[in-house]
Design a protein around this ligand. Structure first.
Ligand code: ARG
Length: 458
């Protein structure tokens, strides 16, 4: 017998049951459902809606169920559709008819909203902590490798040399914004919907503030229709997670490039790579590839939910049940990705011998020559053209800028002097970019101090 079966004379079609039931995925709301029900039961007692004895029975029944669940001894049935009705059924098997009082002044519509708010608050805390973990790994790795210089790129063409630490810390700041977006999403996840009933509120003298306080919510929904229909906080969560995955995906792409023989900057630890079933020499950066690949599904979940909500009238509609799997999957995708990246960064090794050769045949110091002339008074545009011609000359002579003799320089401009050669070394090029936010060791050290400060604050 269905818990709502009173007005029905016919059984629900089996396929219809299977198609509309959510227990297959919403079972994982169980701990949050029980937590919410316990707060609701205490409120019912406080408001004089159930007696103390009844509240006691409800609470001990619910904690019994929780213990069974934790011990793996609870089984859910599809006949009860969703986690809420499974809990109610299991509770009534355990404590009898009094279990039926728990749903007083409550609907599954505000109940499921409460469960999802509790889940997302938990998820945000977990993801935020994992973001901090990856930020720490970046700071440590950046600090350990302050002397490593790598080519910096625009258009994936050699641009200017940079500190490897500077490149790593760029991701620190992306993650810092991700952390902020999650914290911001949490503000609006922190609204408590219970008490909205099915849509219009309840005839019972409930005390919503009491429930709010027990569950530690910062605010209450002030409109019952909004409380049961709002899924903005899920959009915000998935948007923050989508952006975070986008960052991890860009980082993945770079890890894959950097560990290729063509770049040869780093070697990833064996623990984060796999081999080939055919080619014995292969060591593939699978973790990074899978993170890059899984980013698409998170974007998909965000767009999926936006589409579910588009055109949905107030208040609750069963379409809203579609809000769960995407949110769960986004969480299940981003959390291990962050943890894997943390391990991958901590264990990567730098191929110093390969990087030492990186600048032998490149022109990534050309800007510095133009800046040299500009600092001596030549208009920058003119200096740019002069150095452009020198690059062409060096290319024709199959050498680099340091390989051109001084008379070639001076035939282009008498502002050139012997001291240019010292400025052409990658170390000098990097050190010259000492303005705030630049790649000079002094600026990157200042950046590291700020990053560390942020990590000690929270
Ligand atoms: N399983 C439902 C969901 O996830 C719970 C709320 C159902 N409410 C209802 N009136 N059928 O949205």
């Amino acid at each position: 017998m269905k818990l709502w079966g009173g007005r029905f004379t016919e059984e629900l079609n089996q396929l219809a049951l299977e198609y509309t039931a959510s227990i297959g995925f919403d079972y994982r709301l169980f701990p949050f459902d029980v937590e919410g029900s316990m707060a609701h039961a205490r409120m019912l007692e406080q408001a004089g809606i159930v007696t103390s004895t009844e509240a006691e029975q409800l609470l001990s029944g619910l904690s019994g169920l929780r213990a069974d669940y934790e011990a793996g001894n609870l089984s859910f049935s599809i006949d009860d559709e969703d986690v809420h009705m499974n809990v109610e059924r299991l509770l009534s098997n355990r404590i009898g008819a009094v279990a039926g009082k728990l749903h007083t002044a409550r609907s599954r519509n505000d109940q499921v909203a409460l469960d999802m708010h509790l889940f997302v608050k938990y998820a945000i805390d977990e993801v935020s902590a994992a973001v901090r973990g990856l930020q720490s790994a970046l700071v440590e790795t950046a600090e350990k490798n302050m002397d490593v210089i790598v080519p910096g790129y625009t258009h994936l063409q050699r641009a200017q040399p940079i500190l490897f630490s500077h490149h790593l810390l760029a991701y620190f700041w992306m993650l810092e914004r991700d952390w902020g977006r999650l914290a911001d999403a949490k503000k609006r996840t922190d609204w408590m919907p219970l008490g909205a009933g099915a849509l219009a509120g309840t005839t019972f003298p409930i005390q919503r503030e009491f429930v709010q306080e027990q569950l530690g919510f910062a605010a209450l929904y002030e409109n019952s229709l909004d409380a049961v229909s709002d899924r903005d906080y899920l959009i915000e969560f998935m948007s923050a997670v989508g952006t975070l995955m986008m960052h991890l995906s860009r980082f993945s792409e770079e890890m894959i490039l950097w560990s290729s023989e063509e770049f040869g900057w780093i070697e990833l630890a064996d623990a984060y790579c796999t081999g080939s079933s055919m080619m014995p020499q292969k060591k593939n950066p699978d973790v990074a590839e899978v993170v890059r690949g899984k980013t698409g599904r998170v974007y998909g979940h965000l767009l999926g939910l936006l589409t579910v909500l588009k055109g949905l009238p107030l208040a609750y509609n069963k379409d809203l049940q579609e809000d769960k799997e995407g949110v769960f999957d986004a969480f299940d995708t981003v959390l291990p990705a962050l943890k894997l990246f943390t391990g991958m960064i901590r264990t990567l090794s730098i191929r110093e011998e390969k990087l030492a050769q990186a600048f032998h045949h490149d022109f990534s110091n050309a800007t510095d020559l133009a800046d040299y002339l500009a600092a001596k008074g030549m208009p920058f545009r003119e200096a740019h053209a002069v150095v452009g011609r020198l690059v062409l000359e060096a290319t024709e002579r199959r050498t680099n800028l340091a390989g051109l003799p001084l008379d070639v320089y001076q035939s282009e401009s008498l502002l050139f002097d012997e001291d240019i050669y010292a400025k052409l070394a990658p170390q000098s090029v990097v050190a010259a970019r000492a303005a705030r936010g630049g790649t000079a060791p002094s600026a990157v050290s200042a950046q590291l101090r700020m990053a560390k400060q942020i990590l000690t604050e929270v």
